[in-house]
Design a protein around this ligand. Structure first.
Ligand SMILES: Nc1ncnc2c1ncn2[C@@H]1O[C@H](COP(=O)(O)OP(=O)(O)O)[C@@H](O)[C@H]1O
Ligand SMILES: [Mg+2]
Length: 472
């Protein structure tokens, strides 16, 4: 399909134009050449005729000269008689002597002689076929009043000239055909050098579209087509990564959902079947059920937020808030868990009072996410330090941990949705993506610094609230 179309376009756009130009050139050249040759023949003949006319006038002025004899000499000794036949015509319009030496033919047709007699300058020209041969003839009426001579006539055959013209026309047509042949050869090479890679690119792109994400193109040219190959390969790689991430996400989310569900189911069944269960065990079971339910609901919330974020439906409920109070609250919330996991959670208290303009629940959610990560990706004995400071018009919240850290390869990616640098710990891989987006919606930024094996520092920058903002 593509082959046909590109070839067709080439045929219309370039080949036809070249063909028309070449044909016009051949036609113009042929006519020009013919005109040029015929003109030179006519010019040469007229030059001889002019010279003879002058000679005749000179003779006529000299009374000692025998004019009829001189005329005979002039015709018989005509210097170009091998190419041009010179004739002398008498007053009856009959050729009485010719340079060819043959007996003059009385029945000879002489249209140019007739024309000369009718014309005002006494010159008549004729070009055409006479007894099967193309000739050029010109008649000059005699400028001298003579009893015998009425005109000189010059005749030359055009067959040699016509052969010459024919030769050149055939030559130029052959050159034209050679050019067309060359154009067709080089263009078909050029077209196939585009069309063939394009159809193989199309073939691979189709395979990728049909789900064969492992299909790759081999780059054969280092040009625009090569670039196209690179782009398509890159696209396929990205698709492959997204596909892998999606699969991993589904499996990790399923796992995340299954673990608390198993605990809830297990405890539920135990409580139901054991009628004599003591109060303490039952309370413990109930606590697990509540905790796991909470985990499930927060996970579902996270997923819902993520889906709202993707569709652009995440609404912000903005207002003035004391960010220090929120941090303290979240730290307090995690103190129990940190202690349990033998992780030191330190809050660098401050006397300052920082007000930001934002959605209190969303910002809490971000803090929960980041502190949760810090604890989750730390081991027993590690420390998590939360602090706040002012920098110009912004506040900086830093959450530093001495946990497992993130490798330099993963670091630029961890903010991407579904990206998990570490699959040994539970998580959906969307926490940082959501947090980053929420902070961006507050006009701030979220950055990560990490050294693998040493720990991670997350810095949240938020603009300080300014009175102006509230005046609207
Ligand atoms: N404090 C941290 N220490 C080490 N790795 C971290 C930390 N915070 C985030 N990460 C890495 O970044 C990834 C993405 O984090 P996140 O989006 O919160 O996903 P999740 O917590 O569900 O795995 C994590 O899977 C983890 O590999
Ligand atoms: Mg997380």
């Amino acid at each position: 399909m593509a082959v046909k179309k590109i070839t067709q376009r080439w045929l219309y756009n370039s080949f036809l134009v070249i063909l028309v130009i070449l044909c016009s050139f051949v036609v113009v050249f042929s006519f020009g050449l013919r005109g040029y040759y015929y003109n030179s023949v006519s010019h040469a003949v007229k030059q001889r005729a002019g010279a003879n006319e002058t000679l005749l006038l000179t003779y006529s002025q000299d009374s000692t000269i025998d004019l009829p004899l001189q005329i005979r000499h002039m015709v018989e000794d005509f210097s170009d008689k091998d190419k041009i036949e010179m004739m002398a015509i008498d007053n009856q319009g009959r050729v009485f002597i010719t340079s060819s030496g043959f007996e003059p033919d009385a029945s000879l047709e002489m249209p140019d002689y007739k024309l000369a007699r009718e014309s005002s300058n006494g010159i008549g020209e004729f070009r055409g076929n006479v007894s099967g041969e193309e000739i050029y003839a010109v008649t000059y009426l005699s400028p001298v009043n003579s009893d015998e001579l009425s005109a000189f006539r010059y005749v030359t055959s055009l067959s040699k000239v016509n052969h010459q013209i024919m030769f050149f026309i055939i030559l130029i047509i052959s050159i034209g055909i050679a050019i067309i042949f060359f154009v067709i050869m080089s263009s078909s090479y050029f077209i196939s050098s585009i069309v063939n890679p394009v159809s193989s690119i199309g073939e691979t792109a189709r395979r990728i579209a049909q789900g064969d994400l492992k299909a790759r193109l081999t780059k054969t040219h280092d040009d625009e087509l090569g670039d196209l190959c690179d782009i398509i390969n890159h696209m396929a790689e990205e698709l492959q990564t997204t596909e892998n991430m999606k699969n991993e996400f589904i499996s990790s989310v399923s796992h995340e959902l299954r673990t608390p569900l198993a605990a809830i189911k297990g405890w539920g069944e135990t409580i139901l079947s054991d009628k004599e269960m003591d109060r303490e065990t039952m309370d413990k079971g109930m606590q697990v059920i509540i905790k796991e339910t909470q985990r499930l609901s927060s996970m579902v919330e996270e997923l819902l937020d993520f889906s709202r974020l993707q569709s652009g439906n995440l609404k912000m409920n903005m207002g003035k808030l004391d960010i220090v109070a929120e941090i303290e609250d979240v730290v307090l919330m995690y103190t129990e868990r940190a202690k349990r996991e033998n992780i030191q959670l330190i809050w660098n208290e401050t006397d300052s009072f920082f007000i930001v303009y934002g959605d209190v629940n969303r910002l809490r959610q971000v803090l929960v996410n980041i502190i949760d990560n810090a604890i989750k990706y730390s081991d027993s004995g590690d420390t998590v330090t939360v602090s706040i400071a002012q920098q110009d018009e912004n506040i900086l919240i830093t959450i530093r941990d001495t946990g497992i850290g993130i490798s330099a390869v993963d670091l630029p990616q961890v903010k991407n949705k579904f990206y998990k640098a570490n699959s040994t710990r539970r998580g959906s891989g969307i926490g940082l993506a959501v947090a980053d987006e929420i902070i961006a919606m507050h006009g701030g930024s979220l950055s990560l610094d990490s050294i693998q094996g040493e720990g991670t520092t997350v810095t949240i920058t938020l603009p300080l609230y300014k009175e102006k903002k509230n005046q609207q």
